[in-house]
Write a protein of this length. Structure first.
Length: 106
């Protein structure tokens, strides 16, 4: 049931990184960086989703209120949906009230 399929991607370089549905941040492998012309556009070190999520979560905990967290999470979703949903899944109880409840109106 968890069969992985390859996705045909026509975007390269910055166009790929600007697409939040395709951007994986620093999780792109060296082979993917070659294929998608990403060398020089990302940090050299490859970080998997777990490491990226830990880094982003640590930064989110520095936000003092839910509105700040909401803004940070929305910005993350605009940049990298893979990481956004991975982080949301890892901290669902904590973040669901922030992204689901209308935080702005509170």
């Amino acid at each position: 049931m968890n069969k992985l399929t390859k996705l045909q991607v026509s975007k390269l370089g910055m166009a790929l990184l600007r697409d939040p549905l395709l951007n994986k941040g620093s999780a792109f492998t060296f082979e993917e960086r070659d294929n998608f012309r990403l060398h020089g556009l990302l940090p050299y070190r490859i970080l998997d989703m777990e490491a990226q999520a830990k880094r982003v979560y640590k930064a989110l905990t520095l936000n003092e209120d839910d509105l700040s967290k909401y803004i940070s999470l929305a910005a993350l979703q605009d940049r990298n949906e893979h990481l956004y949903f991975y982080l949301l899944e890892q901290h669902l109880e904590e973040f669901l009230p922030i992204v689901y409840t209308p935080t702005i109106g509170l």
